[in-house]
Ligand binder design. Structure first.
Ligand SMILES: [Zn+2]
Length: 453
């Protein structure tokens, strides 16, 4: 298995050959399984079970059905290849990535679902992953990896390769925990030729299924923007930029846009896509906020609120994102994207916590200005959430934290009080009570209050 080119910085593709394999793509080729292959298969079956057991698989029947339908549209007709059972699922991980296991399990991170904008883009990701399974790329890579790396401790590699300062997602950690050898193989990754093969097959497959293949290039553009938002530095510096990938895909696309892929169809697919992934995308905003991917969280929350402005939950999440941006601008500018700026951002992330970085930024004029703007926007968003749903208790809590951070003690007190009134059995009740006591020391709550009285 390997985490594919749809991920952060781990971009492997483009090589001399590639077009020749298109003819074969889609047809099920015979493959003879060696002992080594079967041991890999056993490990990925275990990994499937571990992802489930650890609660990393995002469970949502409507989304699963949707992923399965789009997935089926880009898998070849006819018998399923030997030792493959197609399964398309979402995984709770804020990195914009997708990966395929040799057994046909294809996982799309919630971070990618939140980033993508329509069904054609999802189809292009799934078609790319399907190719890795059909062409047995993980077996092929695992075989050659074992030959090359037999003398190097896999665990040593597994613990040393993560790019510095990067918050690695839960799924990657799960992979490392159960199958370090396979994780080590992911370092080496598929060759550019194999990645390119997967891209080229995907263009063919999605246009054959009636999707607009130009959306594949758009997917790459979104991935590039996602890296920019977090000022990610590309790990494999010798790998071509996403622009190259866009260029060779664009080269193929012109003749392949199906007649039925008109703007109305795309708009309908966009609505269906966004409505279906909305719960997963909301969940991902929380994951992104928790893992410090603040601009990504903000961008996703804003997209959700734009798509469904009647949702109180969406405005609440937007409020959280504005609040936690703190002294950061919500967008990056050109200067933030120089390789020096990216390097410095990574260095800061290694050295300082988010709170420490907030304090440093607040000492600058730009940081203070951004902080004021963001706090005002956060308040607006929480208030809009409460206007839409006065019972949405957590919006009161958000306001309380916002006011407390701004030193507005009276307003913070009132907001926390409203939160506790609206959510008498909230799991964080005791924590919020302590905040209330800090704001008004004359107040004492009884210990261990059950919340049921
Ligand atoms: Zn790939």
């Amino acid at each position: 298995m390997r985490l594919t080119a749809f991920g952060i910085g781990v971009v492997l593709y483009l090589c001399g050959t590639g077009f020749g394999c298109l003819a074969a793509a889609g047809a099920v080729k015979p493959f003879s399984f060696s002992k080594v292959d079967l041991s890999l298969l056993e490990q990925v079956d275990l990994l499937d079970r571990k992802l489930e057991r650890d609660g990393l698989v995002y469970l949502d029947a409507r989304l699963d059905e949707y992923l399965a339908r789009v997935g089926r549209a880009v898998t070849p007709a006819g018998p399923v290849p030997e030792r493959v059972a197609w399964r398309f699922r979402a995984i709770r991980d804020p990195l914009p990535n997708a990966f395929a296991l040799a057994n046909g399990s294809i996982y799309v991170h919630t971070g990618l679902l939140g980033l993508l904008d329509n069904e054609a883009q999802l189809a292009s990701v799934l078609a790319h992953e399907v190719t890795h399974v059909l062409e047995r790329h993980s077996y092929v890579s695992y075989r050659s990896y074992r030959k090359k790396m037999a003398l190097i401790s896999a665990i040593q590699i597994g613990t040393s390769w993560a790019p510095m300062g990067e918050v690695w997602g839960a799924s990657l950690q799960a992979v490392g925990a159960i199958v370090p050898v396979v994780l080590a193989a992911t370092v080496q990754g598929y060759s550019r030729e194999l990645e390119r093969q997967a891209d080229l097959y995907a263009v063919d497959k999605i246009s054959g299924a009636g999707y607009d293949p130009r959306q594949m290039a758009e997917t790459f553009r979104l991935l590039g923007h996602a890296d920019d938002l977090e000022q990610i530095k590309v790990f494999y510096t010798d790998h071509p930029a996403l622009e190259d990938r866009i260029a060779y895909v664009n080269g193929l696309i012109q003749s392949r846009v199906p007649d039925e892929a008109g703007p109305e169809k795309l708009a309908a697919q966009r609505r269906l896509y966004l409505a279906t992934v909305q719960p997963a995308a909301r969940h991902d905003v929380v994951l992104a906020l928790n893992s410090g991917r603040l601009r990504t969280a903000f961008s996703s929350a804003r997209k959700l609120a734009d798509f469904d402005p009647a949702s109180a939950e969406n405005h609440y999440l937007l409020g959280e994102a504005w609040r936690l941006l703190g002294p950061r601008a919500p967008e990056v500018n050109a200067a933030d994207l120089s390789s020096k700026a990216r390097e410095e951002a990574q260095k800061r992330n290694r050295k300082f916590t988010r709170e420490e970085q907030d304090r440093q930024l607040l000492e600058t004029a730009a940081g203070r200005a951004a902080w004021e703007e963001n706090q005002a926007r956060a308040e607006q968003a929480y208030r809009e959430a409460l206007r839409l749903d006065p019972a949405l208790a957590k919006a009161h809590r958000g306001l309380g934290m916002l006011f407390e951070a701004a030193g507005k003690r009276g307003e913070a007190f009132e907001a926390y009080r409203q939160y506790l009134t609206a959510a008498p059995v909230a799991p964080d009740r005791e924590r919020i009570q302590r905040r209330l006591e800090r704001l008004d020391p004359s107040l004492k709550f009884p210990e261990q209050r059950s919340g049921h009285e």
